[in-house]
Design a binder for this molecule. Structure first.
Ligand SMILES: [Zn+2]
Length: 654
C-alpha cells in the first residue's frame, strides 16, 4: 500500500470519528438530495460531482467532468486506479484516459501535470477544480469499461478519476445518456429523486459501484429474511441481452431460488445499504465472460445467451451471491481497506473465493438447479486438479492465494508455466470447503452426543458471519472487523470445541500440502470415489496439437509425469511411441490402451527439427470419478441417504 492510499486515511477516521461520521451522513441523507454543489457533508467537505456523458457512443468513449470545491490551497492530485476490488491483478486503467483538462471555479483553464502514469496534479486553483477527461472503453465485463451504441457498462475504477485528500467526501454522479436513447441506470449507488442522478457516501463505495446504462429489461422480487420477517430486501435483475422476456422470467425465477436457498446458510441477510441488491447481467455476443461481486450488486457478463447457457450462467449467479456475505462482509484483513493504487495480495483467497466456489455449486444442488451427476463430476474434477497438480508439492493453498496478482486476469508477454507452478485458489479452496464440510459432518455423526455436537460448514460460515461480517461498518462500504487466517482457525476451534481438529485442518491442508482423504467421507453419503479408467495408462495429460509430423506439445509438461521424466518439453513433437506413429489423438489412445502401467517403451520425438529417441515408462491413469450408489445399481443405506439429504437437500423447502 502506498502512503497516498485513499483508504488509509479513511481507516484512521473510522476509528477516531466513526459515530460522528454516521450521524453526519445520516443528516446528509435525510436532507435535500445533492445536486450540483448541494449535499454538503459537514464532516467531510462538499460532495464531489461526477458528470458522465456519451457524445459519441459508437466511438466508445465517455466524457467525464469531476468538480470538487472547498479544496485547500495546495495542488489537487487526481488519480486513476490501478486496481479494482475483486480483481486481484494490477490493471493500467489510465492507458485509456485522454484529453485531460482542468479549470478553476471561474472557468480559467489550468495546466494539469501528468507526474506519474496514473496521476495528474492540478496547481493554481481557487479552491475549486473542474477536472475533465475522456476515457475509452471497449470491453464489457466486470473489470473494464465498455461503451457502444446500445449501452455504457461501467466498472468505476476503469472509469472515474478521484482526488487525493477528498476520498471521504460523498459523491454525486449524474449520467447523461446520448440524445434519443432511453437508457436507464442499474447500479448500487444511492438513488435520488432524479432517475439519472445518484450518490455515494464516499470514494470507497463509489468505486465499488458498477453501473449499466441501457434499455435493459428488468425484474425484481423480495425475499423475507428468515431471521426477521419485517426485513425483506428487494432484489433487482437488470438484464441487457438479445433474448426474450420469457427467458428473463425464467432466469429471474431461478435467481430468486438461489437467493432463497443461500440465505439459509447464514440465517439472515445483511442490511443492504440502500435496502436492495442488484444483479447486473450483460449476456451479449460482444461481452466477455466474467462475474464480479460488489457490496450490494454484482456484474455478470457472458458472450453466451440465456437461451443456450441458462444453467451455466446460474453458476456465476450462485457464486457471486455467496460473496454478499463471504468477502464483501466476511472480509480478509489483507483486502481491507482496499488499495486502489496497488495490488492487494491475500493469503485467504482459498476461503474467500474457494469456499465461495464450493457453495456456488452446493447451493445450485440444494436449490434443485443442478443434477447430482454434474455436481459430483465438478467436485471430483476439483479434487483431481489439486491431487495431481504439481504445484501442490512446493506451494500451499495460502501460497496460491497470494499469487492472485499474477494469475487473476493478469497478462504476461513472456511464456509462463502456471500448469506446474499454480493451482487455482478457487479450485483448491473449493476442495477445502467440500472436505471441511464432510469432515465436520462425519465428525459430528461419530460423536457420542451426536445431536448436540453435530456441526457443518454452514455453521462455520454462520459463525464467521456473526463474528466478522454482521457488525457492518460505521462507514458505508468499509468492513469494520475483517478477519485473519488465525481468526478463521480460532473460529473453527470454537465451533467444534476441538482445537486439535482445527489446528490439524489448517496445518495439513491450508498451510500444508496434504490432500484430504475423501473416499471414506463420500462413502457416508453413498458415493463412491474410484479410479476413472482402471487399467488405462497415461503420459500425464499433455496438451497436444496433432499434425503431419505427430503431436506437438503446446504447454509445459507436468513435473513428474512420464513425459517429463522422459525429458521431453513444450514444442517437442511426439512422433512415435513403442514403434507406432502418433498421427492423431485416437492413435495415441490406442497405443496407450495396448500398454500396461509400468511398461518401458521407446518414444521418438523431434525437437527443433532434430529426431531424438528416449525411453519412457507409462503409468496408470491416476484420475478419479465420483459416482453414486444408484449409478452402480445399488441403493444407498438409510443412513447414507439421510447424510446425503442433510448435505445436499434444500434448507429453504424448495
Ligand atoms: Zn468470486
Amino acid at each position: 500500500m502506498t502512503p497516498t492510499s485513499p483508504l488509509r486515511g479513511m481507516a484512521v477516521v473510522r476509528r477516531v470519528v466513526g459515530v460522528a461520521a454516521v450521524v453526519a451522513f445520516g443528516v446528509w441523507l435525510a436532507g435535500p438530495r445533492p445536486g450540483g454543489q448541494a449535499g454538503v457533508n459537514h464532516a467531510d467537505g462538499p460532495a464531489v460531482l461526477y458528470e458522465l456523458s456519451f457524445p459519441e457512443p459508437e466511438h466508445r468513449w465517455m466524457q467525464v467532468e469531476v468538480t470538487a470545491g472547498g479544496l485547500p490551497a495546495e495542488p489537487l492530485s487526481m488519480r486513476m486506479s490501478t486496481a479494482s476490488p475483486g480483481r486481484y491483478a494490477r490493471h493500467e486503467f489510465a492507458k485509456n484516459v485522454f484529453e485531460v483538462r482542468a479549470f478553476d471555479g471561474n472557468g480559467n483553464e489550468l495546466d494539469p501535470v501528468r507526474s506519474k502514469m496514473a496521476r495528474w496534479d492540478v496547481a493554481g486553483h481557487d479552491g475549486t477544480v473542474r477536472f475533465t477527461y475522456k476515457v475509452f472503453g471497449d470491453r464489457v465485463d466486470g473489470t473494464y469499461l465498455g461503451i457502444d451504441g446500445t449501452h455504457a457498462h461501467l466498472n468505476m475504477p476503469a472509469s472515474l478519476m478521484w482526488g487525493v485528500g477528498i476520498e471521504r467526501r460523498p459523491a454525486t454522479v449524474r449520467f447523461e445518456p446520448p440524445a434519443g436513447r432511453d437508457w436507464r441506470v442499474a447500479t448500487q449507488l444511492y438513488p435520488s429523486d432524479d432517475p439519472l442522478t445518484f450518490t455515494a457516501p464516499n470514494l470507497q463505495y463509489l468505486l465499488d459501484s458498477p453501473a449499466e446504462l441501457s434499455a435493459f429489461m428488468e425484474r425484481s422480487f423480495t425475499v423475507a429474511d428468515p431471521a426477521n420477517p419485517d426485513h425483506a430486501p428487494t432484489f433487482r435483475v437488470a438484464l441487457h441481452h438479445d433474448g426474450t422476456d420469457a427467458e428473463l422470467d425464467r432466469f429471474a425465477g431461478d435467481v430468486e431460488r438461489i437467493v432463497t436457498e443461500m440465505v439459509t446458510v447464514f440465517g439472515e441477510f445483511p442490511s443492504f445499504e440502500t435496502g436492495r441488491y442488484t444483479f447486473i447481467a450483460d449476456y451479449l455476443p460482444t461481452a466477455s465472460g466474467d462475474a464480479m461481486e460488489h457490496r450490494n450488486s454484482t456484474v455478470l457478463s457472458s458472450p453466451g445467451a440465456l437461451r443456450t447457457r441458462h444453467t451455466r450462467l446460474l453458476g456465476a449467479v450462485s457464486h457471486e451471491f455467496f460473496h454478499v456475505w463471504n468477502v464483501e462482509r466476511i472480509r480478509p484483513r489483507s483486502l481491507e481497506p482496499f488499495d486502489f493504487e496497488d495490488v492487494n495480495p491475500s493469503g485467504e483467497l482459498w476461503l474467500a473465493e474457494g469456499f465461495t466456489n464450493y457453495y456456488g455449486a452446493l447451493i445450485l444442488q440444494r436449490a434443485g438447479l443442478a443434477d447430482l451427476e454434474n455436481t459430483l463430476a465438478r467436485f471430483v474434477s476439483a479434487i483431481d486438479t489439486v491431487r495431481l497438480g504439481p504445484g501442490r508439492q512446493f506451494r500451499s493453498a495460502v501460497d496460491m492465494s497470494r499469487l492472485a496478482p499474477f494469475t487473476d486476469a493478469a497478462s504476461a508477454l513472456d511464456r509462463t508455466n502456471w500448469g506446474n507452478f499454480f493451482i487455482s485458489y478457487y479450485t483448491w479452496g473449493e476442495t477445502l470447503g467440500l472436505g471441511l464440510d464432510l469432515l465436520l459432518r462425519v465428525r459430528g455423526a461419530t460423536d457420542e452426543d451426536e445431536a448436540a455436537r453435530k456441526v457443518t460448514l454452514d455453521d462455520y460460515m454462520q459463525l464467521l458471519w456473526q463474528r466478522f461480517g454482521r457488525a457492518g461498518g460505521a462507514v458505508p462500504g468499509v468492513v469494520e472487523r475483517p478477519y485473519t487466517q488465525a481468526d478463521a482457525n480460532a473460529a473453527l476451534a470454537e465451533l467444534t470445541g476441538d482445537q486439535v481438529f482445527a489446528d490439524d485442518f489448517f496445518d495439513r491442508y491450508v498451510d500444508g500440502h496434504d490432500v484430504i482423504d475423501y473416499a471414506p467421507l463420500f462413502e457416508r453419503a453413498g458415493l463412491v470415489l474410484r479410479p476413472r479408467a482402471p487399467g488405462q495408462t497415461w503420459l500425464g495429460s499433455p496438451s497436444l496439437s496433432f499434425g503431419r509430423g505427430g503431436g506437438r506439445l503446446t504447454t509445459p509438461v507436468g513435473f513428474g509425469s512420464p513425459l517429463h521424466d522422459a525429458g521431453v518439453e513444450r514444442d517437442d513433437v511426439l512422433v512415435s511411441l513403442d514403434g507406432r506413429p502418433l498421427s492423431s489423438e485416437r492413435r495415441l489412445e490406442a497405443v496407450l490402451g495396448d500398454l500396461s502401467a509400468g511398461a518401458r517403451v521407446s518414444l521418438v520425438y523431434s525437437r527443433r527439427g532434430e529426431m531424438l529417441t528416449t525411453q519412457l515408462t507409462v503409468e496408470a491413469d491416476p484420475t478419479l470419478e465420483l459416482v453414486s450408489a444408484e449409478q452402480l445399481g445399488r441403493r444407498p443405506t438409510p443412513a447414507q441417504q439421510r447424510f446425503r439429504d442433510e448435505w445436499l437437500g434444500s434448507k429453504a423447502g424448495l
